[in-house]
Design a protein. Sequence first.
Length: 72
Amino acid sequence: WELHNSEQRLHGGTLDTMASYIGGSEFWFESFQNWQSEFLSVVALVLLSIMLREKDSTESKDVEAPHSQTGD
């Protein structure tokens, strides 16, 4: 919001209140872009952690094995 207003001030535009900035399309566009990139990163980490398990490790259980069978 402050960055937006400082850019508006430099270019001779009108200053926005915080409420009008939050209600504007620029705020929502940037927020959803950030959310999308974070979501994709988390999904990639989860999928990679499933695929890159230590195969045949004594500490790793089979993915299909229920918790009651392995104890954890």
